[in-house]
Design a binder for this molecule. Structure first.
Ligand code: GCW
Length: 719
């Protein structure tokens, strides 16, 4: 009897421990045993141990990752070597590593490493039978990045003779912005609550904080803000600084610097000041003191990220000052410590005739007035992370202030955490857009990559999609967007396809059927979502507040520019927002070359058509169809795409572990239903203006417009 119980306890234990193995927690750092016997044998032959040159927390992190990774991939123990020998992987900064190489053979040359501090090389050099593998850099963090690179190559089953890398990051700041509140509620978060357990910090250091840092370092993400831009001043007080210090200490070996979101009115809220006027001497002194205090806790503190005078946040305009006054005051406080201010350009107020134009109107006149350590962070599009937006005109118009790109990884407007949408193609569409900044050809990427002054930083930020869900991102495929953001921040010239492939090989397996099928699903997914949500340049027609589901009829909110009808402007004539010279003339904010591409409704790229034009329902599209027909086709095709995606995924039943297979299958089911919902609700509503039929050969909506209008979601997440 006792034996039996023991046995079942044992079985249960084994089941429990294996049942957690593919729940997505390990992200792309799974390090499963190589399933190609020949390759496995070759790896085992060529990697006999690790030799560490030098002693630094980042080198230690590299070592433990290598041990974890290699022992998993090769399914054998990896010793730490006392001295280098053939088959050794040598890791260390070039200064510390080279003497050991020379000891082995004076003929070895000093490895040539990239100049950039975070750059690294991975090289194999001949030595006796099995050679040596060198991972080196000028800096310890570069060595860590190089180690992750080698592990990525091994997880993707790269043959030994192809193991090589020579990499430097394109941008300096590769940053995640968490919109996490101190309550742990995540604004626009769909993956549980915030990772940061403020209540148990600083004493309880959840091992998950380290896993988070590892994942970021594996991509080269080197900066994070852990609190919401809709900021709470309390985060600047001593108890929170102690908690933040604990996080910063955990992140530091992984090359990650902490930034904080600053509430502009903090002096009033924390110290009973009468004003937060940025030109007030007392206010300036307060921020200097506060900043000095922060640096005592976090010596490598990055600086502040600020949302000011936007959506109810306080800011310099409350005191009749402008954004430069506000940013510069904070910039002066962090400057002595080498800190930066990241000031967001996401502003809009109801006085303007077009929300599209607001950020430009407020920021263009201030170009040249910001301190050297201010960076202005601009959302990719002029409105707000819609499924498709043209690039923000600020990228072509600001020439004296460093601009940081802000992408939204969390899928506030992209089906939240139940839709599979791979964002790399969307990110790249924006980065590759031609701005004609200063009259010369220059893509958005060229603009953000350009170093305006030797001491100025360049950068990119992504609003994180991470929470405390076991798989981090809610939807397993949300991980691919975290991954893609990080990889593109490091190297924006990587193709979406290759990033998807890397991610699939590491996350699932290297089977060609898995790689090809999943890659195809991912590559088409963003365009499909645009089709079933906002085709042909529609935007901002989602539910109020929670932004879940379609609400193109929405017309009840206090401000016109919060209402969907403001954006699509459907009427009996047609649909779309006239932003040409006969409308709000927002197009004038672009360079003439760009404007020309879009100002004529007959030649305008149709994916932006309704962004810039109010065209008739009969408008003749390039296909020869009327606008109404084309719109209908897009919505129907979006749903069909989804159905195909479901079939493709179901073909992988034998290739993917049941836990993750079922997770994705069920979510694809939700996504299909919601695609139908978007299609039906939007077409039935727009039809009340167009008075044109949905072609009879299409499946007809199975619900009425009244039904869709009656739906309510009071507790939709992330609001
Ligand atoms: O897209 C909107 C979101 C807000 C967010 C804001 C911003 C943090 O709906 O939740 O607030 O953008 O970017 O500041």
């Amino acid at each position: 009897m006792f034996k039996k119980t023991l046995l079942s306890v044992l079985i249960l234990f084994v089941l429990l421990s294996t049942s957690h193995s593919e729940d997505g927690y390990e992200l792309w750092l799974r390090y499963k045993k190589c399933d190609q016997p020949q390759l496995l044998a070759s790896y085992r032959n060529h990697f006999s141990g690790i030799f560490l040159a030098g002693n630094h927390p980042s080198i230690d992190a590299a070592f433990s990752e290598m041990v974890h990774g290699l022992s998993g991939i090769m399914d054998k123990n990896i010793p730490l070597l006392k001295s280098p020998q053939e088959g050794a992987i040598l890791i260390g900064t070039v200064t510390e590593l080279f003497p050991h190489l020379q000891k082995l053979s004076p003929s070895f040359k000093r490895p040539v490493v990239p100049q950039k501090k975070e750059g690294y090389v991975v090289v194999r050099i001949p030595y006796k039978q099995h050679g040596l593998t060198i991972i080196t850099s000028t800096s310890p963090v570069g060595v860590l990045y190089g180690s992750f690179h080698l592990l990525r190559l091994l997880q993707s089953q790269t043959p030994v003779e192809k193991l090589a890398a020579n990499e430097s990051p394109a941008l300096d700041l590769r940053m995640l912005n968490h919109w996490d509140n101190l309550t742990r509620h995540v604004e626009r978060g769909y993956a549980g609550i915030a990772l940061w357990n403020w209540h148990t910090l600083p004493d309880y250091k959840d091992p998950r904080y380290t896993d988070y840092a590892r994942a970021n370092a594996s991509l080269g993400i080197n900066a994070v803000t852990v609190t919401n831009v809709n900021a709470n001043a309390l985060v600047l007080t001593k108890p929170y600084l102690e908690k933040l210090q604990a996080l910063a200490d955990i992140f530091r070996p992984y090359g990650i610097r902490l930034f904080l979101t600053a509430r502009f009115s903090a002096p009033i809220e924390l110290d009973k000041f009468k004003t937060a006027d940025p030109l007030d001497e007392g206010v300036k002194a307060w921020w200097k003191r506060k900043t000095d205090e922060i640096y005592q806790y976090i010596p490598d503190f990055g600086g502040f990220l600020v949302k000011a005078n936007s959506e109810g946040q306080p800011g310099p305009q409350n005191y009749k000052r402008n954004h430069a006054d506000g940013a510069n005051m904070l910039a002066d406080a962090v400057a002595p410590h080498g800190g930066n201010i990241v000031w967001r350009a996401f502003v809009y107020n109801p006085e303007s005739d077009d929300r599209f134009k607001q950020a430009y109107e407020e920021f263009k006149p201030l170009d040249g007035q910001f301190r050297n350590n201010v960076l202005v962070q601009v959302k990719n599009g002029p409105i707000d992370f819609q499924p498709r937006e043209p690039f923000s005109p600020l990228f072509g118009a600001i020439s004296k202030t460093p601009l940081i790109m802000e992408f939204q990884i969390t899928q506030e407007y992209l089906g939240q955490a139940t839709h599979l949408v791979y964002q790399a193609p969307m990110f790249k569409e924006v980065l590759n857009a031609e701005t004609f900044s200063n009259g010369k050809p220059a893509t958005v990427l060229n603009v953000i990559e350009q170093r305006l002054r030797p001491d100025a930083l360049t950068g990119i930020a992504g609003v994180a999609n991470i929470g405390n869900d076991r798989n981090w991102t809610g939807h397993l495929f949300g991980q691919a967007n975290w991954y893609a953001f990080g990889r593109l921040a490091w190297n924006p010239n990587l193709s979406s396809e290759s990033i998807a492939e890397e991610w699939i090989r590491q996350t699932f397996n290297n089977h060609p059927v898995t790689v090809q099928t999943v890659q195809k699903m991912m590559m088409g997914s963003h365009e499909s979502l645009v089709r079933y949500m906002t085709p042909l340049g529609l935007a901002h027609i989602m539910g109020n507040g929670h932004h879940y589901g379609p609400l193109p009829w929405g017309n009840t909110l206090g401000r016109p520019d919060w209402n969907p009808v403001y954006y699509h402007r459907a009427d009996s004539f047609g649909i779309g927002f006239n932003r040409t010279a006969t409308g709000t003339n927002a197009l004038a904010q672009y360079a003439p070359e760009v404007r020309k591409q879009w100002e004529d409704s007959n030649s305008c790229d149709e994916k932006y058509l309704l962004w810039f034009h109010h065209v008739s329902w009969q408008h003749k599209m390039k296909s020869g169809k009327t606008l109404w027909q084309e719109l209908t086709d897009h919505y129907y095709q979006g749903v069909n795409d989804m159905r195909k995606m479901k079939v493709e995924w179901s073909g992988l039943v034998k290739k993917i572990d049941p836990e993750r297979f079922n997770h994705v299958s069920m979510l694809l089911g939700i996504q299909e239903k919601e695609a139908v919902w978007w299609r039906n609700a939007c077409l039935l509503y727009f039809q009340t203006f167009s008075k044109m039929p949905i072609p009879a050969h299409y499946e007809q909506p199975d619900q009425t417009l009244e039904y869709y209008k009656s739906l309510r979601f009071p507790y939709a997440p992330g609001n």
